[in-house]
Design a protein around this ligand. Structure first.
Ligand code: ADP
Ligand code: MG
Length: 587
């Protein structure tokens, strides 16, 4: 915990205070429920809020944790302190299985799959004789240390300590190399993969972490209620966990606690108040929650905590990494060496030949411009080189190695970095953090070490590198700015800094001048000239003839998917064919 995490200290103090205060038992019970619900919601914050994967199935993982400990302690006499780990192991295996099948699904299929999975586990629990069918299992023992039972206040301290530890681990994780990778998932996989990130692996990882948190919640629940039955783990609870998280603020670790507290208390209140109001008994609160969920999603999609956090002081990162170790660098090609050889590359979309057997070369230190009218096939060529699209035929050699069959993240690892025609960034991260994402392949800190904050030395190196690259292109004053607040010009420069963080042997820019104002364009030209003087090799896809003529050494002109001609800017400008195809239509 550093001083930016003062609210963690506050929570720790609050836990100690509540334990000492003479609160009525009723409130201790409520707080125990809130604590273990919040633990489940904490997982949903990571999975749904940060990672963008919606799950209605968390209650099923709570059930696995609860039933495992219930059955084992009742039937084998194992200590609950051991069955916790058995439950976590069974949860991990199930989560990995379910995750491997469902996490490749996109859009609405994943939430639907989690509903199906939640339902089937509920009916499984309800129909298994050994699990007591719908009556469940009764007569569990309380947790105990030696002869002392952990009940009431002590159970509160245990639950909330686990929650606090989980929150700390989560905040540590989110502020780290794998955390930034996880935060990049929500924007679609293209940018993350281009940074060298295996997005599927991270999706499985956060699914697993969320499931383990839910399972721990289930273990606590079992030894709190001393009985388990399927109704606590059905789809209704799965929806309620998601609702708690959404109301609290699905993107915020503290939202988990706020949401769990609010919904638990409201739920209890409505269960009594509504039947009294209406005059007949029934679960009317479900209807109220359904309507409230729609309203919250519509009018307050970031939840309650977003409103609280707007008034909290923004934590700025202390710049204390001057002494950090440099990240490893790669061997650069020597001047004039072949960096890229595009050989007879072809792409067909059905009957349309978007790229028709294109060939060109780039030598180290060259700035090559790929130009042509709209629809000529420039972006497609760019995507074939960077591995975003697969080629119909042809080869691409990068530094003499055939990279034709590699995925974009593998190509990034080899030292080819890119920007996007439409800027892709994580709007709610600072410029510095966005740029640090570019150095992903040059670092190795994993999830566990990040949670334990054992990755600090490497984090410092990453921040130092990000700052260096930002200063290199004159963006030094924007370090702590939210990326989403930047104007278009600085956004594009930020993407270039992020690509430079990869320590690339070849930098590819897709329409870097698109949408820039005059002054921003001048700043971009300045940066490109500077990179050229530093010996950087660049491929530029660009519409803006003026810019291309100013900075490129060599131009490749495409028209209708074919290579029209190539040569120096002067030669291209003088070519009648190019004039007819491109320059003529440009003005
Ligand atoms: P440019 O970047 O030069 O403007 P593109 O490479 O985007 O051109 O497009 C080249 C041609 O390929 C266009 O006719 C476009 O409509 C077509 N095209 C591009 N992507 C696809 C796709 N995913 N499916 C079908 N056609 C595509
Ligand atoms: Mg294009």
């Amino acid at each position: 915990m550093n001083k930016n995490n003062w609210h963690l200290w506050l929570l720790a103090a609050a836990i100690a205070l509540v334990a000492l205060l003479p609160l009525p038992d009723f409130w201790i019970v409520q707080l125990n429920y809130i604590g273990l619900y919040a633990l489940v919601c904490l997982g949903l914050v990571l999975l749904t809020g940060v990672g963008g994967l919606t799950s209605f199935g968390q209650a099923a993982f709570v059930g696995i944790g609860a039933y495992t400990t219930a059955w084992l302690t009742l039937n084998t006499g194992l200590s609950p302190w051991l069955t916790l780990w058995v439950g976590l192991a069974i949860t991990a295996v199930s989560a990995l299985l379910v995750g491997a099948i469902t996490l490749r699904m996109s859009g609405h299929y994943l939430p639907l799959a989690t509903i199906a999975w939640g339902l089937s586990l509920y009916y499984l629990m309800g129909n298994l004789q050994v699990l007591g069918k719908y009556d469940g299992l009764q007569g569990l023992a309380s947790l105990s240390i030696g002869d002392t039972e952990i009940k009431g206040r002590w159970f509160f301290v245990l639950t909330w300590s686990i929650l606090l530890a989980g929150a700390i681990a989560m905040l540590n994780l989110l502020d780290s190399r794998p955390g930034r990778a996880i935060r990049s998932l929500k924007g679609g996989s293209q940018m993350a993969e281009a940074m060298g990130i295996n997005t599927f692996r991270y999706k499985v990882t956060i699914f697993l972490i969320a499931a383990l948190l839910a399972s721990t919640g289930g273990w606590l629940l079992a030894h709190f209620q001393l009985t388990v039955n399927p109704s606590a783990f059905g789809l209704k609870m799965g929806i309620e966990y998601l609702f708690m998280t959404v109301v609290g603020g699905v993107g915020y670790v503290w939202g988990a606690i706020v949401g769990a507290g609010l919904i638990k208390l409201l739920d209890d209140y409505l269960q009594v108040a509504l039947p009294a109001l209406i005059g007949t008994s029934g679960s009317y609160e479900v209807i109220v929650f359904g309507i409230a969920m729609v309203l919250v999603l519509k009018y307050m999609p970031d939840g309650l905590w977003s409103m609280v956090s707007a008034y909290l002081p923004r934590a700025t990162r202390r710049v204390d990494w001057q002494g950090a170790k440099e990240l490893p660098t790669r061997q650069k090609p020597s001047q004039g060496e072949s960096v890229l050889a595009v050989q007879q590359v072809r792409k067909q979309f059905g009957g349309l030949v978007a790229v028709n057997d294109i060939s060109f070369d780039i030598a180290a230190g060259q700035i090559v411009g790929l130009i042509g009218p709209n629809g000529a096939g420039k972006s497609t060529t760019f995507n074939l080189i960077t591995g975003l699209l697969s080629k119909t035929s042809g080869q691409v050699l990068f530094r003499g190695q055939d990279i034709s069959g590699l995925r974009s993240r593998e190509i990034a690892r080899q030292g080819m970095a890119r920007t996007f025609q439409h800027v892709k960034m994580i709007a709610d991260m600072t410029v510095l953090e966005n740029v640090a994402l570019g150095a992903y392949t040059r670092s190795r800190g994993g999830v566990l070490s990040s949670m334990l904050r054992a990755n600090r030395a490497e984090e410092q190196s990453l921040m130092k590198e990000a700052q260096r690259q930002l200063e290199r292109i004159g963006m030094g004053e924007y370090l702590h700015e939210q990326a989403g607040n930047l104007a278009m010009g600085p956004q594009r420069l930020m993407e270039i800094a992020r690509a430079l963080c990869c320590d690339p042997a070849l930098l590819l820019l897709d329409e870097p001048a698109a949408g820039l104002r005059h002054q921003e364009k001048q700043a971009l030209i300045q940066v490109l000239r500077q990179l050229q003087s530093e010996g950087m090799t660049l491929l530029l896809v660009e519409h803006d003839m003026d810019l291309v003529m100013q900075v490129c050494d060599h131009l490749v002109v495409m028209e209708f998917g074919t290579l029209l001609t190539q040569g120096t800017p002067a030669e291209i400008q003088a070519s009648p064919a190019v004039r007819a195809a491109y320059l003529g239509t440009e003005h």
